[in-house]
Design a protein around this ligand. Structure first.
Ligand code: FVH
Length: 292
């Protein structure tokens, strides 16, 4: 039998790599879709797939209650939405930004009579519309908006609502991506160590990947220690032992002709924490040194 359930109409502003991927999932799921993009040529293929192309951003916003924005940055959003009537609209902003930008945008939308939800996308475009790829979006801001459009928002990727503070989606997004860059930095140092040796990087890669996966659950112990305030709870490798081992890492880097600039700052924080008399602790005390 034909599916007679009407799907929520969606307006989408921004047809870059991410916006185009989002658009295709809503079209494929049967949502009437109105799109607008600064460079109109980027809408041509989507028009052929069933999207309605608006002449202006204001026309696109006027077409539907729900508007999703996926632009380069907060400045482009400001330019695109200037002069559009947002009264009574539901605005979902998937543009990457800081928590402060998200909070300011929520207030800005409220002043214009719109409900506001901010999103932090934990996926790259090929993961959109592919549930098994594991991509999802952090959402924060208006709970009513999130509940009202939960199904529509879940079409491109999974959803994780992290609270009414509009800045919290961006904060979760940046926290996870910051940890990712730390991992990339560690992997870069590891590859640099073997670069001049007769070791195939392709043989190191699976070892590295498995080791990082094996170490990743340590974040649960860190969280447990932060909650209890007891940084010695469940310690397996003490800070004192690890600081004693640091010269081995730095000497090896020197012997291999590798700059220690990625590794040294972390060892320096460990050393400072040890100097405070925390040798029996885990590495968790480093977090307190970072928080100003
Ligand atoms: N692509 C990715 O891997 C990441 C994954 C995680 C989330 N990010 C964020 O998503 C936002 C959009 O990213 P994108 O990949 O779609 O980016 P682009 O392909 O570069 O498209 C940018 C769109 O923004 C439009 N735009 C830029 N400046 C302006 C402006 N001043 N006025 C109006 N529109 C503007 C641009 O239009 P055009 O160049 O085609 O005319 C594109 O539609 C982003 O926040 C990522 O951090 C993606």
């Amino acid at each position: 039998a034909p599916n007679t359930v009407e799907k929520t109409p969606v307006t989408l502003l921004g047809l870059g790599a991410m916006g185009t991927a989002l658009a295709r999932t809503w079209l494929a799921a049967g949502h009437p879709l109105t799109v607008w993009n600064r460079t109109s040529a980027r809408a041509t293929a989507l028009a052929a797939e069933g999207a309605r192309v608006a002449d202006t951003a204001a026309d696109a916003v006027a077409a539907n209650t729900l508007t999703v924005v996926c632009l380069l940055d907060d400045t482009s959003l400001e330019q695109v939405l200037a002069g559009t009537d947002l009264a009574g609209r539901d605005l979902v902003n998937l543009t990457t930004g800081t928590p402060a930008q998200a909070r300011a945008r929520a207030e800005w939308a409220r002043e214009r009579g719109a409900r506001y939800l901010d999103g932090g996308i934990m996926a790259v475009p090929p993961m959109i519309g592919v549930p098994e790829a594991g991509g999802y979006v952090f959402y924060s801001g208006s709970r009513e908006l999130f509940e009202a459009h939960r199904e529509t928002l879940a079409t491109p990727a999974g959803t994780t609502y992290v609270g009414e503070d509009a800045g919290h989606a961006a904060l979760h997004d940046v926290a996870l991506l910051s940890a990712m860059y730390g991992m990339f930095a560690g992997a870069a140092h590891a590859f640099a160590l073997i670069r001049k040796e007769d070791i195939d990087p392709a043989s190191l890669a699976p070892l590295l990947a498995d080791w990082l996966v094996a170490m990743a659950p340590s974040v649960h112990q860190t969280a447990d220690q932060l909650r209890s305030g007891d940084y010695t709870k469940g310690v397996v490798s003490s800070l004192a032992m690890q600081v004693a081992g640091a010269p081995t890492f730095l000497s090896t880097a020197e012997q291999q002709g590798v700059s220690p600039e990625l590794l040294s700052p972390y060892f320096e924080l460990m050393r400072r924490r040890l100097a405070e008399g925390s040798g029996e602790e885990d590495l968790t005390g480093v977090i307190d040194l970072l928080v100003r």
